[in-house]
Write a protein that binds this ligand. Sequence first.
Ligand code: PLP
Ligand code: COI
Length: 363
Amino acid sequence: MSAALSFTHIPNPTPTPAAEREALLAQGGFGTVFSDHMVTIEWSQDKGWHKAEVRKREPFLLDPAAAVLHYAQEIFEGMKAYRTPEGKITLFRPDQNARRFNLSAERMAMPTLPEETFLEAVELLVQTDKDWIPGGNGSLYLRPFMFASEAFLGVRPAHHYTFCVIASPVGDYFKGGAKPVSVWVSTEYTRASQGGTGAAKCGGNYAASLVAQAEAYDNGCDQVVFLDAAEHRWIEELGGMNVFFVLEDGSLLTTPLAGTILPGITRASLLELARARGLKVEERRYSFEEWQADARSGKIKEAFACGTAAVVAAIGEVRYAGGSFKIADGQTGPLTESLREELTGIQRGRVADTRGWARPVAI
Ligand code: PLP
Ligand code: COI
């Protein structure tokens, strides 16, 4: 059924005038500007996936009883399209997003979308709105998502879903740009527990994280760090990023995928790049106690956050209810810098892509 899915193209009759678009593209920042089109595909029990359209970006007409508004049956992805120095357009490992999207769908009792349909939807939107890819260090952030659009208040997996992709030209995720970020370790709130939805990219995980993220802002920090739910001891990840540590022997450490953290595509890519350099790389549990002791003794040389939106951001300072500490001198360390350079180089076509990670979009 889905192999035969073909997209209807209904161009936006009133696209943003070029001068206005250029002014919007110059704004930078994250998630406030949107392109002219979106992709939508509907799913129902009787028809499966149908009504695939590329059309004007506009508000949804949503029944107030739509299940997503009550029980939060919703998942999403985040990926970026880049313009290379030769003027080509690429997506970074979009097959990984397609695969993770379906793992999230399974966890949330939602229908899966054939990977080729997910990729086609994203590519069609990039092709249609290619003029919205900013120059310089910017990129076009793509947000595929799916929600329960059935009007029904009974608690069960919905019988109707809407898949959508929107696009947003973005610059830096953090206000301070490439400056090191500060993080707040939440010792009160946790994000996910064993058997829960921590490894799925569902909106509910983020809703649950916001009170801790607000606490981080109140304490002058950019992001929250979550500890595990069972012991409130082991570092898991940040509100919207994975976390890495660089030890004094030059080795790289990150927290393991134990079902409670998001399996980041940036995380997996950095692990592969670091291993290819011959670095010692460990995926193991690391406690907040150890982090404090290692920062004070100088054993920790660098720490960084990573994800699609944030790319690679050095962590300069750590705060928590009982105090604060710096990571080394609080500046971006050399390994953080060189991994960021290599990864962004591959993403933007400045560094040879020997792994086939950059997928060209036909234009
Ligand atoms: N962890 C969380 C909670 C996230 O929201 C993200 C961002 O998508 C990541 C980690 C990093 O994942 P990725 O590198 O695939 O963007
Ligand atoms: C992403 O990096 O794509 C995310 O979804 C994380 C969020 C902080 C925007």
